[in-house]
Design a binder for this molecule. Structure first.
Ligand SMILES: [Zn+2]
Length: 132
């Protein structure tokens, strides 16, 4: 199907983009440019005081340019009062193929403390997405 045409890329904390064709979002990746490790979960918190993140997108070139990105996954950290570090790992997935909006916030041990999963079409109907 469209899997063969899909391409994924990651962005390291220093902003380098690199292809991660087989990355499923569960293992750490290493940036080939600067050697920075990008880890979606279980990052060593005391070494990382800034927000780091990775983004993985899957594109399908058979769609018009604005709709090419079918799957958009972001891994990062958001301020949280539920962790000692003040940051909580967050994973967000937007899947246009399956009409899914999913958001997971974990504590430092990797336990999910907040989870949202709903149809993407429904999610865009409220909140800050109303402009478009
Ligand atoms: Zn890099």
């Amino acid at each position: 199907m469209s899997d063969a045409a899909a391409s994924k890329s990651g962005t390291c904390p220093n902003g380098h983009q690199f292809p991660v064709p087989d990355w499923d979002g569960t293992q750490p990746m290493t940036c080939p440019t600067c050697g920075e490790t990008v880890s979606p979960f279980g990052v060593v918190f005391d070494a990382v005081q800034i927000r780091v993140g990775a983004r993985v997108t899957a594109k399908d070139d058979s769609y018009p340019s604005k709709s090419k990105v079918r799957i958009d996954q972001k891994f990062g950290f958001e301020p949280s009062q539920k962790t000692d570090t003040g940051w909580a790992p967050v994973r967000r997935t937007i899947d246009k193929n399956e009409d899914i909006y999913e958001e997971e916030v974990c504590d430092e041990a990797g336990n999910v403390i907040h989870r949202v999963k709903e149809p993407l079409s429904k999610h865009q109907g409220h909140g800050s997405a109303k402009d478009d």
